[in-house]
Design a protein. Sequence first.
Length: 253
Amino acid sequence: MQKTVIIKWGGGLITEKSGLNELRSQVLERLAHELKLATLKDPNLRIILGHGAGSFGHPQALEWLKKPSVEAKKIVLESLGILRTHVMSALKSQGLNAHAVSASDFSSQADWVRAVREAFDAGFIPLFHGDIVNWDEEERIVSTEDLIALLPMPRSKIIFLMDEEGVMKDGKLVRALHPKDVEQWSFNSKAEDVTGGMAHKLKKAFELANSAPVVLASGLVSGRFRDELLDCNEVQTQIIKDGGVESTDQHEA
């Protein structure tokens, strides 16, 4: 039975987010390798992959937001293209057939969704990232989470892979997280984040939890991503959809 998993590799995981166009190449290569291992272990596993922009998108997009211009937008899209090429190369090196479906290449949301579905139905791993789109005559930034939320395909799980064990509170890993738990929380970002940072990520995660289980887990610990794909990782934050269990269970990270 086919098992479709939607994944986001966080921008702070695969890039040095506090820098400028700095790639964490060893992390990226290992994640691609773990993805390959998981697909070999479970032939029914089908993947849809998004990734954050990190230092290849946020600093550049911030300049575009401050002073919108054709040239500033070009710089953003060129930087995103460089990162996308790195991700595609890492996947290809593992024999994984990905097909880039960048939202900025499409004139409408419907066209982009259709292209993702066509790539998926053709047996590819659709690959996308946060982007600048001009849909419905409105030019704006869309996050990877925004794009994931547009996808209509049934899914078994959604994985947000991060540079932390999951959602941390007072130095401890929150094992299960309910919307009410974060109403009074404040989040600090290590670098400027033009898509809303952790607060936006969690808002979208709670929305997505109505369609499939959502987990946040570390991509820095070797083997953790592979285990998450194979449903045998126990170190994670599980997102509890609204109406679910309200209590949180915190453990030492």
